[in-house]
Design a protein around this ligand. Sequence first.
Ligand SMILES: CC(C)(COP(=O)(O)OP(=O)(O)OC[C@H]1O[C@@H](n2cnc3c(N)ncnc32)[C@H](O)[C@@H]1OP(=O)(O)O)[C@@H](O)C(=O)NCCC(=O)NCCS
Length: 198
Amino acid sequence: MSLDRLSWPLRTERLAIRPATVDDLDALGRIQNLPEVAAWLPSSPGTQDDYLLRMGRASLLPRTLAVELGPVPIGELYLHVTAGWAQREVADDARNSMAEIGWGFDPAYQGHGYASEAASELVRACFLDLGVRRITASAFADNERSLRIMERLGMRRETHGVRTSLHRSAGWVDHVVYALLADEWAGDGRPAAGGAQA
Ligand SMILES: CC(C)(COP(=O)(O)OP(=O)(O)OC[C@H]1O[C@@H](n2cnc3c(N)ncnc32)[C@H](O)[C@@H]1OP(=O)(O)O)[C@@H](O)C(=O)NCCC(=O)NCCS
């Protein structure tokens, strides 16, 4: 799905969120290459060229949103809108019905609620502006800071995989998937009363 349907930038009380461009890659690559950030991400810290190659190979730029505090990119959100699983006759109805989201923030700006604030606005935009019906996020089970964001967003732990994911230094570790349906979302991280369709 083209993200042109959204009116950019998305704004929160403190932040602006917009599709990342090639001009953001220096700043975002520096953050992703920090060992304490990369520890939880698919790729190990490397050079800026490694990062650019990865972004290009996996075509990740269109799924990356830059989060700015004033003029400074302090982190990124991941957004991938996909189809829900469906039987063939109803497959068209399931197109663009799900969104996978993620986040990575500069350690210098962690511990201030910025990631939760940005992710909460992304959830709102997914449900209300893009019309998706289910949002998921996943993480190593011991990534407590990331799990706390999912819980603040009101997401439900849907899967706990036991030693399903191979971490480059910790070995086979548990992995969790959280989800939130539009009719479970209250807009403020609390479960929706009565589960009315959003
Ligand atoms: C996951 C990650 C984004 C979490 O960052 P974070 O700074 O803990 O998250 P937030 O920005 O939402 O900040 C929340 C913290 O700020 C605190 N905080 C301080 N001032 C605040 C304010 N004004 N408003 C809200 N929260 C505030 C909260 O109490 C909370 O602390 P706690 O979790 O100890 O209770 C960050 O650790 C990261 O980038 N990790 C590496 C990459 C990664 O793991 N990505 C996810 C892969 S699944």
